[in-house]
Design a protein around this ligand. Structure first.
Ligand SMILES: Nc1ncnc2c1ncn2[C@@H]1O[C@H](COP(=O)(O)OP(=O)(O)OP(=O)(O)O)[C@@H](O)[C@H]1O
Length: 242
């Protein structure tokens, strides 16, 4: 479960995130959508413990990310918008390196790594240098690494950028499957069709504030648009709030 309470981040005069509160239940896929500069990445960085809030709190699985950052980070899978990969490691070495950061022992690691690399169609390239991977392969490796320690919560900033349709399908199916297995997923995306497809609920953020939350159906009613279409909702709500 994720609980954001009064979360605020101020950069000088800019309120990047303004008193944001929301709750995401266990097993729920929550989509975070908003125009450029709305505050999505800043929110996600605070959730992952990468930057400190000006005020407010992030509680994930009952752990306050500010008070117990190490414990909090152990229980989440985190995929930032610009993840860093070490090109001179192989895919398998990168997973081992990530597993070490999470304090995983060798016990069970290789079975887990094989399983996850097969799921993401990377097993045949596990021994190749990441430098030789395509963009899609890198994205899939990043996703594999974020899941290696069986987190209960997955936080993803823009997972679909630059992926081809097959890779998008793989990531979408994976997120749906993880949620069915009980994982809580918080995902920011510009791809509204993806949000409509995989998210149980979405939150619309604009100028640092959450201006609406609910299912696509709820938001269609709220925005008074005549199509069951998140894009129309998004355009109406962000226009109204401008
Ligand atoms: N380190 C920083 N210093 C100053 N201002 C910042 C910093 N990081 C973000 N901002 C500002 O905070 C606001 C929110 O930015 P943020 O990157 O969170 O938006 P976003 O919704 O992720 O945008 P995008 O969809 O373009 O990635 C913007 O006005 C941005 O310029």
């Amino acid at each position: 479960m994720i609980e954001l309470s009064g979360l605020t981040k101020r950069y000088g005069r800019i309120m990047a995130v303004d008193n944001l509160s929301l709750k995401v239940e266990e097993g729920e896929v929550f989509g975070f959508i908003g125009p450029n500069g709305a505050g999505k990445t800043t929110t996600i960085r605070m959730m992952g413990g990468l930057i400190a809030p000006t005020s407010g709190s992030v509680v994930i699985n009952g752990v306050d990310m500010l008070k117990e950052p190490e414990k909090g980070k152990q229980s989440i899978g985190f995929i930032p918008d610009r993840p860093y990969l070490y090109g001179k490691l192989t895919g398998m070495e990168f997973l081992r390196f990530t597993a070490d950061l999470y304090g995983m022992s060798n016990n069970g690691f290789f079975d887990k790594a094989e399983n996850i690399l097969r799921t993401f169609s990377l097993w045949d390239w596990a021994g190749e240098l990441i430098d030789s991977y395509s963009h899609g392969m890198r994205q899939r490796l990043i996703m594999s690494a974020a899941l290696i320690h069986d987190p209960k919560v997955l936080i993803v900033d823009e997972p679909m950028v630059g992926l081809d349709p097959r890779a998008i399908r793989l990531v979408k199916d994976m997120i749906k499957r993880l949620a069915r297995e009980g994982m809580t997923v918080f995902v920011s995306t510009h791809t509204l069709e993806v949000a409509q497809d995989i998210c149980h609920r979405v939150g619309v953020i604009h100028k640092g504030k959450v201006i609406a939350t609910g299912t696509t159906k709820d938001l269609v009613e709220q925005a008074k648009v005549d199509r069951e279409d998140l894009e129309a909702v998004f355009l109406r709500l962000t226009e109204e709030a401008s």
